[in-house]
Write a protein that binds this ligand. Structure first.
Ligand SMILES: Nc1nc2c(c(=O)[nH]1)N[C@H]1C(S)=C(S)[C@@H](COP(=O)(O)O)O[C@H]1N2
Ligand SMILES: [Mo]
Length: 319
């Protein structure tokens, strides 16, 4: 590896220019003079590093913890979305088959205002925000994503749950023309529909988020278009994609990964470096794009915001 010691005058460059500009400039430098002739290659490289156009209008996140964002490229090219394939690098080139137009969401169960609502109408009811969150997959990789979306609590308040509603159950679309793995029936990677759930108090926590985009543009299909859950203090599998149904229920829903393998995956799935997965340690994680590992934080760094939800619960048992 080529290690270049930075001169003192170079060190502050990424502090004074925007990240995007900084990355582009670095790419030019990397290419060097010889390849300047092949300007097509430069254009390609720039296009690759380019962020999407900002098409959404949202309240910006102050990024108080100064988290370092993963690139758009990284976030959109390493995906878990078993409805397409279990191969993380292959999802992005398959995801074009997902049909997202005229998307509707059914909200039912123990609520005063059940509804089957067009996503476009739902968007008019809620306030669009940006949330820059750490995201930690149970497999040991992580990233930081600037999501765009709505607090789950703001939607819950609109539909008015009855006092008997203790949990929320989410379902992903079932559509064999959108999702190739759903054509395989019993041979599919998991049983469909993909199901997830939260306890009502978890869902009402201000961190629980319904994302419709990232980096200021609508959600890429591989990341769960047109609307997906993001629960940043829990392992990534809780953040269910391409949601068509939200049900308010009395009993704890059986989520997909618990159903597949209850010895390894439970309902809570709180990020916890002190409770190992039966087959690997959860102490460390590899941030997408990095060669080294960093320590995994309790509740993925959101202990202050969420530890109160689990007082008196043995977190080695409620995995
Ligand atoms: N419907 C559905 N949702 C899903 C999954 C899936 O396979 N199907 N994978 C989960 C897992 S294991 C992770 S880590 C995240 C990955 O989200 P990303 O591709 O946006 O990084 O989505 C979660 N939501
Ligand atoms: Mo995951």
């Amino acid at each position: 590896m080529n290690i270049i010691r930075k001169k003192s005058w170079q060190i502050s460059e990424n502090l004074v220019t925007s990240k995007e500009l900084f990355e582009k400039r670095r790419s030019f430098i990397k290419l060097g003079a010889a390849s300047l002739v092949a300007s097509g290659a430069i254009m390609q490289l720039l296009a690759k590093e380019n962020l999407p156009n900002i098409t959404l209008d949202f309240i910006k996140d102050e990024n108080k913890n100064a988290l370092k964002l993963n690139t758009y490229e990284q976030i959109t090219s390493h995906n878990n979305f078993y409805e397409f394939t279990t191969k993380q690098s292959a999802v992005k080139d398959m995801a074009h088959t997902l049909k997202t137009d005229n998307w509707k969401i059914q909200i039912d169960g123990l609520v005063e205002n059940p509804m089957k609502i067009d996503l476009d109408d739902l968007k008019k009811m809620l306030t669009l925000e940006e949330r820059i969150y750490r995201f930690r997959c149970v497999e040991g990789w992580s990233m930081v994503v600037p999501w765009n979306g709505y607090t789950l609590s703001s939607l819950i308040k609109k539909v008015k749950p009855l006092s008997s509603a203790k949990y929320i159950r989410f379902e992903t679309l079932v559509d064999t023309t959108s999702f190739p793995d759903q054509k395989r029936g019993a041979f599919g990677a998991v049983e469909y529909p993909y199901v997830e759930g939260l306890r009502i108090d978890e869902a009402m926590n201000d961190l629980s988020f319904l994302a419709i985009g990232l980096y200021g543009d609508l959600m890429p299909k591989q990341n769960g278009a047109p609307i997906r859950l993001v629960v940043p203090w829990k392992y990534g599998f809780k953040s269910i994609k391409s949601i068509v149904k939200i049900s308010f229920v009395e009993k704890e829903p059986l989520n997909t990964w618990q159903k597949e393998n209850a010895d390894e995956y439970g309902f809570y799935a709180n990020v916890n470096p002190n409770v190992d997965h039966p087959r690997w340690s959860q102490k460390k994680e590899r941030v997408l794009g990095s060669f080294t590992k960093q320590n995994t934080l309790m509740f993925n760094g959101y202990e202050k915001e969420v530890s109160g939800l689990y007082v008196g619960m043995d977190l080695t048992k409620f995995i």
